[in-house]
Ligand binder design. Structure first.
Ligand code: NAP
Length: 300
């Protein structure tokens, strides 16, 4: 398999895409371009080639000409565009496609049946498996919750701004979590090892820990007790379904909490030796060093 040199990122200015884009540029291993919507307000450095695209066939063909890899970090609003994008990538002779995953295990049926939004991601993988025969390979990267990003708004039950913790099911169930910089590291590593990473799901983390272990580190690093509320993932799933059914976005966040912290959703990537950190050569990012840095306001 030929080495990957030219990489185009879609959604490079988004919550997750920003760190992927930065890691690709910082690695100096690739010539990085960006594909962005005409109405997008995101901006990039003067040395970055920016292709404006409304995801039409002609604009995608122009952007993908000569690219070795397309990395998608599209958010929920653009998720459905990926089938068109994959077709255009295959047609342009692109070698590798990274679908917009970077989260919960969408191979886990209990997870995909609880969170309707995962359906798009499942459809994309199904499509990619069909397109393999046309010469486009793929790699899906699962990261669990983006820990540092999520700490700002209580994604996995901890809010660093309010010092509040929501502990689920007693807090002793391990789950895998990844900092934004490590998501970027994973993308760089995958594109650096095209042969070893083709046509598969790869699971990565910064650390795998329980909510109680995380709470202990947060209390130690902040030097104070956090306000703890106890709940259950069963209640989160029930309430999440009800709210989401009424179109309330809070419902989706509750459903995600149930999947990230509940039993049987495949959220502990150390189970079944699924972690690919070693194969990818990812740096160590432990819970203790992560929390210490974040509490000091530093990035990890
Ligand atoms: N593990 C986690 O905790 C976690 C957290 C958040 C997200 N994720 C996952 O990461 C991936 C990216 O999510 P994200 O939250 O980073 O995405 P996002 O910030 O909501 O959007 C990413 C980009 O999508 C593009 N886009 C395309 N069509 C759009 C439209 N109609 N409206 C708005 N933007 C549109 C925009 O790029 P341009 O402006 O350049 O066109 C935007 O910057 C998803 O797969 C998501 O599920 C994981």
């Amino acid at each position: 398999m030929a080495p990957i040199k030219n990489v185009i990122v879609i959604g490079a200015g988004g919550s997750i895409g920003t760190s992927i884009f930065s890691a690709l540029v910082a690695s100096t291993k690739f010539t990085v371009s960006v594909l962005t919507r005409p109405e997008s307000t995101a901006s990039y450095g003067p040395n970055i080639k920016v292709f404006k695209s409304d995801y039409s066939e002609t604009s995608l063909a122009a952007a993908f000409k000569g690219q070795d890899a397309v990395v998608s970090a599209l958010g929920a609003a653009g998720m459905g565009e990926q089938l068109k994008i994959i077709d255009a990538a295959a047609k342009a002779g692109v070698q590798r496609y990274l679908p917009s995953e970077y989260g919960c295990d969408t191979q886990n049926e209990k997870a995909t049946s609880l969170v309707p939004a995962f359906g798009f991601k499942v459809d994309v993988i199904e499509y990619l498996r069909k397109v393999e025969a046309r010469g486009l390979s793929w790699t899906a990267i699962e990261t669990g919750p983006a820990f540092d990003w999520g700490l700002q708004m209580g994604l996995v039950g901890f809010n660093i701004n309010t010092h509040e913790a929501l502990i689920m099911d007693g807090g002793n169930r391990p789950f895998s979590a990844t900092n934004l910089s490590q998501i970027g590291n994973a993308v760089v590593a995958v594109l650096s090892k095209p042969a070893e990473t083709a046509n598969q799901f790869l699971y990565v983390d910064s650390f795998t820990a329980t909510q109680n272990q995380i709470l202990a580190e947060l209390e130690k690093a902040t030097g104070r007790k956090w306000a703890v509320t106890e709940s259950s993932t069963e209640a989160a799933a029930r309430e999440g379904k009800e709210l989401f059914g009424r179109g309330d976005f809070e419902g989706l966040l509750l459903l995600l909490k149930a999947v990230m912290l509940g039993e049987g959703f495949g959220s502990d990537f150390t189970e079944d030796e699924r972690l690919a950190n070693e194969m990818l050569g990812l740096p160590e990012q432990g819970l203790i060093e992560t929390v210490a840095a974040l509490v000091k306001g530093e990035s990890v």
